[in-house]
Design a protein around this ligand. Sequence first.
Ligand code: 6PG
Length: 240
Amino acid sequence: MPRETLIVSDLAALSRAGADEFSRCAREAIAAHGSFSVALSGGSTPQGAHALIAQEQLPWDKIHIFFGDDRHVPPTDKESNYRAANESLISKIPIPPQNVHRIHTELNATVAADQYEAELKKFFQGHSTTDGWPRFDLIMLGMGPDGHTASLFPGTAALNEKSRWVAANWVEKLNTWRITFTFPVINYAAEVLFLVAGEEKAEVLKDVFEGKPGKYPCQNVQPINGRLLWIVDKIVAKLL
Ligand code: 6PG
């Protein structure tokens, strides 16, 4: 399906639009098949949306929260995507603990990736799959200034992973391991939602949208049978 782009005025409007899309997807999935599987992205951009989602009246017992990636740090570390999401959303909603699927980033990176992949495979035994791949109802993503998404950074091994669902990915430029969904998992989702803001990303966003394909990792996000929605603010979209 073609990319859809929604340009909003600022970060507050982006957070509102992101929260509204999350709630719409949740209600639609629960009405359609009784549950909602969503993977959150890390970084700072989605935190405002998380805070607004936390105010939504949703059937949280039917919702399962996953993480598209995380840093290889303990869950209490200030760098942890789990910690950020817990502070902005998870700690504020009545979601059953067993419905929050954290990547165990305190473990060896490869062990954490293997364990998370096993947890996904167990969950998706009872939920929708296509061609043997998980069909998340929604995967939220951000984009870095280098065009990375999740922890799929330029020049890293996980970019080429075609069979694993979750990979431990060494990121040389950050001198650290990351644990990340792979592109097939992202591309088999029913909907992928990018939330992108910030002037420092305007050049890359223009190149991602209008430049040569295959140059940036986030250009490889092309849902096979799902919706691709980019919600961006006016500043980051100024060159489009
Ligand atoms: C992470 C993210 C990453 C993030 C982008 C954008 O773990 O950092 O998953 O892909 O979405 O780096 O981050 P900002 O929203 O902070 O710019």
